[in-house]
Write a protein that binds this ligand. Sequence first.
Ligand SMILES: Nc1ncnc2c1ncn2[C@@H]1O[C@H](COP(=O)(O)OP(=O)(O)O)[C@@H](O)[C@H]1O
Ligand SMILES: N[C@@H](CC(=O)OP(=O)(O)O)C(=O)O
Length: 386
Amino acid sequence: MNKIIIKKFGGTSLTDLNRVANLIKNDIEKGYNVIAVVSAAAGFTDQMAFQARQISNLNCRQELSEYDVLLSAGEQISCGLLAITLLSVGVNAKSWLAWQLPIVTDNFYSESKIKKIKIDHVKRSFAEGYTAAIIAGFQGIHDDRITTFGRGGSDISAIAFAVVFGIRTCEIFTDIDGIYTADPKIVPRARKLKSISYNEILEMSSSGAKILHNRSVQLAMKHNIKVQVLSTFEEVEGTTVLHEKDVLERYLITGITYSTHEALVTFTNFANTLDTLRDIAGANVKVDMIHGSSFLISKFDVDLMTKLLNKNENYVVNNNIAKISIIGIGVMSNTEVMYRTLKVLSEKKIEILAVTMSEIKISIVVQKKHAEALIRDLHTEYELDV
Ligand SMILES: Nc1ncnc2c1ncn2[C@@H]1O[C@H](COP(=O)(O)OP(=O)(O)O)[C@@H](O)[C@H]1O
Ligand SMILES: N[C@@H](CC(=O)OP(=O)(O)O)C(=O)O
């Protein structure tokens, strides 16, 4: 059997099927077989999620199971369209949905984890002369029901296929030519990184950088898979994700990210805060950055929290906040980073609503209206601008 290459195409790439098909065809002409993991076309999953949330808060398992049926639809469309495009340019391609292989997961609808992937069908198809296997990303099955892995989860599918096929490299194709020190849509002078460590990109993706799903990075790190982030539209060197010891460049700060997906909840009666936090955590709501009598939760969980706290009115919810994270190995032990961060905040007269630190990340919560300019100012302060 030919050697296999794994390529994942995100939603932003699938707007140009001919380009994607050409990238796959080039590898096949060089003698490889290709496993192409696909997402839904950009915006499709968002639109489905929006429609579902107009109908329901999706608080019960049965609804979440149906939500997964809906959310996984876009990947099926991409599979069919890409396979037809490949066949039309002479590539012997075949598409595979999760149930056909199968990709077996646990039963946590909308946040499921892969337990097992059966690869016999794909192997057999290559043996029969197919050269491209198009796999629907982001989806699995549990007891004959469709599951999904969490938004952005087709990166997880791609790395999982690299693991089960024993392939050491996984190529992630997107609309940008690599990982930058900040989102270039916000910081036009952001710098492209040649390489980045698993730990740093893990912190970046957990703190709002969309570029890779954090669980895909964990999986790649665990199985020693080199991840390459590449552009679908430009043939240039991308960014490689690897172990810290193999990273070439080193800056004081590796990247700055921001997220507006959280709400800041502040209790006016501090005495109740601990009991309340216990109840919230017991209801499976993730609590982040506890700061005095304030804490962060996902905006999606605000309704659930409000229901849990129906008798308690001693709190306020602020939805107009942003969490800015400064990431770099050893940021906490280097006092210079905190000094320079506080200097920028005080010069710009920006109030800190909450702050946390770890050895690799400093996160600060500020009013959302300050966030984008603040990221640019911090980026300049740390001499990251190109
Ligand atoms: N540090 C960063 N480096 C590169 N891109 C970033 C970064 N932070 C955020 N992004 C954004 O991530 C986008 C790619 O992610 P996404 O839209 O989910 O792609 P895909 O559809 O391929 O999965 C880029 O267009 C870019 O705006
Ligand atoms: N279509 C899914 C899965 C995914 O991974 O998408 P993308 O690769 O475009 O981020 C989503 O939008 O969440």
